[in-house]
Design a protein. Structure first.
Length: 166
């Protein structure tokens, strides 16, 4: 089985699909939101293509910390709702769905609520290995900014909801 983790945006969203033991990155990327919704449908309807069907979906959720925000943040919230509704329609009760807040990621991965993206990236590299090169790709070869964030969502989901239940 696998985990689909999404770092949502107002126009495009990053995603990773990893095995539920985090041993392998199956797919990763950043797509326009409508395209990612179509991919979610394909994961269900064409699931026989995958060795590890998706049984867990985690989406990073926006949280308020008392600071003013712009329209992009509200549009991202709307998109999260669209993803949730689409996942509910496509998968129903077949999958485990969870919102993951950024603060959860920071404390789970870095044990510090003040951690930055660079700290989270380094924590991921420390845990899984080097990025690598084209000639010698590592676990994270091809990851870019938002894909790192989606991976942090997947790892936090795994550590909080899969590891604790074992």
């Amino acid at each position: 089985m696998s985990i689909l983790a999404i770092d949502p945006g107002n126009i495009e969203s990053a995603f990773v699909m990893v095995t539920d033991d985090l041993s392998k990155v199956i797919a990763k990327g950043k797509l326009p939101n409508a395209d990612l919704e179509r991919c979610i449908s394909l994961l269900v309807h064409e699931r026989w293509y995958w060795d590890d069907p998706v049984r867990h979906v985690a989406v990073e959720m926006v949280a308020s910390y008392g600071m003013p925000v712009g329209a992009e943040v509200f549009e991202t919230c709307v998109q999260i709702g669209r993803f949730e509704r689409h996942i509910e329609i496509v998968w129903g009760n077949v999958i485990n769905y969870q919102r993951i807040y950024r603060m959860e990621e920071k404390t789970a991965m870095c044990h510090n609520s003040r951690a930055r993206d660079s700290n989270i990236r380094q924590a991921l590299i420390d845990r899984f290995g080097v990025v690598g090169t084209k000639k010698n790709p590592g676990y994270f070869y091809g990851f870019k900014k938002d894909i790192w964030a989606a991976m942090a969502v997947a790892v936090t989901y795994h550590d909080k909801y899969l590891t604790d239940s074992e």
